[in-house]
Ligand binder design. Structure first.
Ligand SMILES: [Zn+2]
Length: 122
């Protein structure tokens, strides 16, 4: 996916969360280990996600955007994250806070967690 396409996912997710688009003060994709969402409306995604499936990239963008509304990974966070992913045909199997597996609209697995090998903290 492109930078602009992922920014579009972020803006879509914000609409779904009932957050005004102006709340997004900065959107960047950087050479960093993990994504980030700041309280003043800045979202950063790590550039290594470009090596993953489109679905994973969309999921990652939605995950960080959902943090604009819910700072933690509680039930409300997961419910919102799940609904917005479904809009893109993506279903999530959770392992505690994070997705351990993602499937596309055809039921094909498009991501399996690698956090057994390396902690994936977003
Ligand atoms: Zn998170």
């Amino acid at each position: 996916m492109t930078h602009d396409a992922l920014e579009g996912v972020v803006i879509y997710a914000m609409q779904r969360l009932g957050i005004k688009q102006e709340k997004l003060t900065r959107f960047s994709i950087k050479n960093t280990q993990k994504g980030m969402c700041t309280s003043n409306g800045g979202i950063t995604l790590p550039d290594w996600i470009f090596g993953k499936s489109d679905e994973y990239q969309i999921h990652y963008a939605i995950h960080e955007t959902t943090h604009l509304k819910y700072p933690d990974h509680g039930n409300e966070f997961k419910a919102a994250e799940t609904i917005i992913n479904q809009d893109f045909g993506i279903s999530i199997d959770y392992s505690k806070a994070y997705a351990k597996e993602l499937r596309n609209s055809r039921g094909e697995t498009v991501y399996v967690s690698w956090r057994e090998n390396r902690k994936n903290k977003t």
